[in-house]
Design a protein. Structure first.
Length: 172
């Protein structure tokens, strides 16, 4: 109160809102600059990885392309020991009005054996017909289904198939 009486004016303090706005603006500029710097460092690596994935000759990528065909070549070739089985479409054991479509590829340890692949295809189809919807519900159910199919494939192939790869799995 003594200052008011003397008539001396104190300099005004800067408001807290103004300091907050300045602080946010500075941090935004620092973040944008850091993002630009990291992006410029990583961008050449991404471009070189994309160029490495593209083969110069589509015939060298794993097979000849047919006229009008676009996209990647099929993964199942004798060169990489992968056999893609025909799609399996079957109804479930319960409820019987639900259907399953399953596409599977087999990775052989050595050269692919067509007879073993056909036996495995029929075995998987027979197994799918015994499964109920409650058994394959959710991520854990799907994992159990994968494990069961892998076990059946191991028994049927006697160790000649190292991996079962699920291409599609649809329940309707």
């Amino acid at each position: 109160m003594a200052d008011e009486e003397t008539g001396e004016a104190k300099p005004k303090k800067k408001s807290g809102a103004m300091m907050t706005i300045v602080g946010v603006a500075v941090l935004t500029l620092l973040g944008a600059g850091g993002g630009w710097a990291v992006g410029s460092i990583l961008a050449p690596n991404v471009k070189s990885a994309e160029q490495a994935e593209k083969p110069a000759d589509p015939k060298a990528a794993g097979g000849e392309k047919k006229e009008g065909e676009t996209g990647l070549p099929h993964i199942s070739t004798e060169a990489n020991n992968v056999v893609q089985l025909e799609p399996i479409t079957s109804n479930l054991a319960y409820p019987s009005e639900n259907w399953v479509r399953l596409e599977v590829a087999l990775l052989f340890n050595g050269p692919p054996d067509v007879k073993v692949a056909e036996d495995i295809h029929q075995d998987i189809m027979a197994y799918i017909r015994t499964v109920s919807l409650q058994q394959i519900e959710g991520p854990r159910g799907f994992q159990y289904l994968r494990d069961d199919i892998q076990e059946r494939v191991d028994l049927r192939s006697q160790g000649r198939v190292s991996k079962v790869m699920f291409r599609t799995f649809v329940v309707e």
